[in-house]
Ligand binder design. Structure first.
Ligand SMILES: [Zn+2]
Length: 214
């Protein structure tokens, strides 16, 4: 799958989780105030952000950025990939030692790749209270990459070091179905801005849309 598709699916999944979490928290907190909604997975009864406020904006932006990074991370095993190009030494090492679509495209790779992010996000909460669950969004991005590559006829070795490739044999890379999937996802991201109708959230979603289309 292309860089654009991975990025789009990762952002889509993360956004779906953020919205889902917001709606459930909104229901829990609806007796407090109709326009105060929490976005706190660890303690859903705590309201810590007002949608459209600056903290909320930073929080959503941070989660989406991590999902974006996670969605690109597995392709670090390919020197020519978007991330591999920017992390040449690590990329070269993994590509030489393991090859493309091996360890980073497996559950083992997901565990190894997300562990540092998990450990870091356990400390960042000291600086900002939403940091603690940030690893979750990186993992969503990572998982979305593996899921999308499974759609490809070549598949991925989910159970590496076992060499079996698992594939749903659905999408060919660069086909119109892949393009349509991207368009649909972009539409979803734009539509979701109506859930948070403030200037700052519109700015965020326009940015997201540009990120997806680019
Ligand atoms: Zn891949």
């Amino acid at each position: 799958m292309t860089y654009k598709t991975h990025k789009t699916v990762g952002l889509f999944l993360a956004m779906a989780f953020i919205i889902g979490n917001n709606i459930s928290n909104h229901l829990i907190n609806s007796n407090i105030s109709s326009n105060v909604v929490a976005i706190n997975l660890t303690n859903p009864t705590v309201t810590n952000s007002i949608p459209g406020g600056l903290i909320f904006f930073l929080e959503v932006f941070y989660y989406l950025y991590l999902a974006y990074l996670g969605s690109l991370y597995p392709d670090i095993d390919h020197i020519g990939s978007h991330l591999g190009h920017r992390r040449k030494v690590l990329s070269y090492y993994i590509a030489m030692k393991f090859g493309h679509r091996t360890i980073t495209h497996s559950l083992l790779g997901m565990l190894i790749g997300t562990l540092p992010v998990f450990l870091i996000s356990q400390t960042t909460w000291i600086f900002f209270n939403f940091g603690k669950i940030a690893w979750f969004y990186f993992t969503i991005g990572y998982f979305s990459h593996l899921f999308t590559d499974t759609m490809n006829p070549k598949g991925i070795p989910w159970l590496y070091p076992k060499k079996t490739m698992y594939s749903l044999n659905h999408f060919q890379m660069g086909t119109s179905s892949e393009e349509w999937m991207n368009v649909g996802t972009g539409g979803f991201l734009l539509a979701s801005s109506f859930l948070f109708p403030t200037p700052i959230s519109y700015a965020l979603f326009v940015y997201l849309l540009i990120l997806v289309i680019k």
